[in-house]
Ligand binder design. Structure first.
Ligand code: ZN
Length: 446
């Protein structure tokens, strides 16, 4: 692979819109037929609405295909072919990898992949790593135990696939991981935004190491949580590490469907040669196409075969755009990436509240720590939002002024009022993966 070519797959990544849509339709019809003939689960869904694969003649027709939600997968699993059940589309002996969803609530969903699917996973990740400037002379450190969760496994293999030297950093504790970066002179790293910030804190406080000056990390890819496209969080990470920080989006059931490129357009590209992404209005379910429209991402992995992902309701909230990226890729951009989850974006006092908006404000204040919590409750009939933040000693001595400024900026950004609670640095809960900072307690109160 020629290092100077900016694209992993120059042909696919620069296809015209017309050719891209033609390819998507062809692949969609193929995967639909595949699930119709091989998955009892999908076939039952389609028969219920009287749909046969030949009914889909255009991308517009795709909306006729029933959607799949994560909750629908649980009852069809844990039976033969065990444990994947009715959605498995290949013989059980073709399955080579077992993963499960990493959500913090509910029974996990199992995910089967064949070896061919695994090649597909690493191809998705290779596309994004190459786009973010990873090249064969990089030494990539992954400071995680990958466990049964897919993201860092796929990242690891893709990193090897493009020729990087790839170093797994599981089992070690945080200080040992930082020392490993020093020891091997790693040039790139992948982690959750929470952990990227946490590691920098540990390096400074426990080891007297300033990551921006003392370590040679040039680029960091974030996975597992949004945040790398929240401007103030990205800035905190880039300042702490002296590195470029990039976002990516994916899920166990879907694949690695979106990535920020090296131009850092403040947006994610959808990998449209491998995924069909449609954005649905939250209230009406209508497919949106206007730039600026916000809605829920419904997505199909066009080439994943063992346990396919067809019209999966990702619950990710995104905004559409017609902006063209400087990198030359024709893949569509989603400004701000995943701006929230349908479960989290709730109406508070009738106003749509995206947790990322709160994060952006909180992390733009210099005296505030990286951790915060948002708690939405009902006081009588009225919604009430409490934000707990951590502050350093200097900021604490000016607490009234800080509180007033914070309240004001939050109001400007979200049109809502807040109660603020200030806590000492280090006193709020810490997370390595899947931080749970947004707590809506209103349902429990009903
Ligand atoms: Zn780009």
């Amino acid at each position: 692979m020629n290092k100077s070519i900016p694209y992993w797959n120059p042909y696919l990544e620069t296809l015209s819109r017309e050719s891209l849509e033609k390819l998507q339709l062809k692949k969609f019809r193929r995967i639909l037929k595949w699930t119709y003939t091989r998955s009892k689960f999908h076939r039952a869904l389609y028969e219920k609405v009287g749909l046969i694969p030949d009914d889909i003649k255009s991308l517009d027709d795709v909306r006729l295909v029933p959607k799949v939600e994560k909750s629908m997968m649980r009852p069809v699993q844990r039976k033969d072919p065990f444990p994947y059940g009715d959605a498995l589309c290949v013989p059980l002996e073709d399955v080579t990898s077992f993963r499960q969803t990493s959500g913090t609530t509910g029974q996990p969903v199992y995910q089967a992949d064949s070896w061919r699917d695994w090649e597909w996973w690493s191809e998705c990740w290779a596309t994004l790593l190459w786009a973010q400037g990873y090249r064969p002379d990089d030494r990539v450190f992954l400071p995680f135990g990958y466990n049964i969760f897919v993201a860092f496994w796929a990242a690891h293999y893709a990193s090897e696939k493009i020729g990087c030297e790839t170093v797994p950093g599981g089992v070690l504790d945080t200080p040992s991981r930082i020392l490993k970066i020093v020891e091997i002179k790693a040039t790139a790293m992948m982690a959750t935004p929470t952990y990227v910030l946490g590691m920098a804190d540990v390096a400074r406080k426990k080891l007297g190491i300033n990551p921006a000056k003392d370590l040679g990390i040039k680029r960091i890819t974030c996975a597992g949580e949004p945040g790398a496209l929240v401007p103030s969080t990205k800035k905190r990470m880039e300042d702490a590490w002296g590195a470029k920080v990039f976002d990516h989006a994916g899920a166990t059931e879907i694949g690695a469907w979106g990535f920020e490129c090296a131009c850092q357009p403040g947006a994610l590209h959808i990998n449209e040669a491998m995924f069909l992404a449609q954005v649905e209005d939250l209230d009406t379910g209508e497919i949106l196409s206007e730039p600026g429209a916000k809605g829920k991402l419904v997505i199909t992995a066009l080439d994943r075969l063992a346990q396919p992902c067809v019209r999966f309701d990702s619950k990710d909230i995104v905004e559409l755009s017609n902006e063209v990226c400087e990198c030359g890729r024709t893949y569509r951009l989603l400004p701000g990436g995943v701006i929230g989850r349908a479960d989290d974006i709730t109406k508070v006092k009738g106003v749509l509240l995206a947790p990322s908006a709160i994060e952006d404000v909180v992390r733009s204040f210099p005296g505030l720590g990286n951790e915060y919590e948002v708690i939405v409750e009902k006081h009588g009939d009225v919604d009430h939002i409490l934000i707990r933040v951590e502050v350093d000693d200097e900021a604490m001595s000016n607490s009234q002024e800080l509180e007033a400024k914070l309240k004001n900026q939050l109001r400007v950004k979200t049109n809502l009022g807040y109660q603020i609670e200030l806590h000492k640095l280090g006193s709020l809960p810490r997370y390595e993966v899947k931080a749970k900072r947004f707590k809506d307690l209103r349902k429990e109160q009903e």
